[in-house]
Design a binder for this molecule. Structure first.
Ligand SMILES: [Zn+2]
Ligand SMILES: [Zn+2]
Length: 108
């Protein structure tokens, strides 16, 4: 998400609301949404299947099937991300030269 502060607009993680410092790992989704490296890492480990359809914050698709794994930050259970976005973000994060992190799971 984007936040307006005195210095202008900053990007912050939609899940933990950490402001991006311009250096650390951050992957942007649609409409200014973003996920930081620590949330991504955690999400890839903790994502799970639950009942009911949902909407994904990063790809903005609604009616995501219950069979697709999802993740949300414990502080914000209503902000969800789908498994496809997590894999896509993981690949993008692995390619980011300045980020010392490698994805070794599906799609790597
Ligand atoms: Zn985060
Ligand atoms: Zn998604």
């Amino acid at each position: 998400m984007q936040k307006t502060v005195n210095e202008g607009v900053v990007i912050c993680c939609d899940f933990c609301h950490t402001e991006w410092d311009g250096q650390s790992g951050m992957v942007e989704g649609h409409h200014g949404s973003a996920i930081c490296l620590s949330c991504l890492d955690r999400a890839l480990r903790d994502k799970k299947r639950t009942d009911g359809k949902y909407a994904c914050t990063l790809c903005l698709r609604v009616n995501m099937p219950a069979s697709m794994d999802r993740w949300s930050h414990p502080d914000r259970p209503e902000v969800l991300v789908c498994e496809e976005c997590l894999y896509q973000a993981a690949k993008a994060m692995s390619r980011a030269a300045h980020v010392d992190w490698q994805w070794k799971g599906p799609g790597a």
